[in-house]
Write a protein of this length. Structure first.
Length: 135
């Protein structure tokens, strides 16, 4: 069973890379399939934790959230929300993304949507996120 968990984490990381490349090429079907599969794999807390602990995961999530395709950004924001509900560190990642936005950034609405959804959801669970750190 342990080998399966490790393999699942490796597959999830590879699929995140596939989603990132597909997002750059605006292949929304590939992104959708990759994110759906990752969502299934990260139902295991161990797999989710391993995925989040990989520094590349944050970069790859950022890439798909900034895709030129609105459909890809929407799927990526939904994915960020799903992951963030079990791994609150995603909130910090989204805040860091917001800090890098410039005023003319036209692809930021889905980052705001994901962050807003997570703040509302996680603020209902005491101790999940530090609300002081958000202001």
């Amino acid at each position: 069973l342990e080998e399966l968990k490790v393999a699942s984490a490796v597959i999830a990381e590879k699929l995140l890379t596939v989603a990132s490349v597909a997002a750059a090429e605006e292949q929304s079907g590939v992104v959708s399939n990759a994110l759906k599969t990752i969502t299934y794999l990260i139902k295991s807390p161990e797999v989710a934790s391993q995925l989040i602990s990989n520094p590349q995961s944050r970069t790859l999530l950022s890439t798909v959230l900034r895709s030129g395709s609105k459909k890809v950004r929407e799927m990526s924001a939904d994915f960020a929300i799903q992951v963030g509900e079990s791994q609150p560190v995603v909130v910090s990642w989204l805040i860091a993304e917001m800090e890098t936005l410039d005023g003319s950034d036209s692809v930021c609405s889905d980052i705001f949507r994901a962050l807003g959804s997570l703040v509302v959801t996680l603020s209902e669970e005491p101790g999940t996120i530090d609300m002081k750190g958000l202001g």
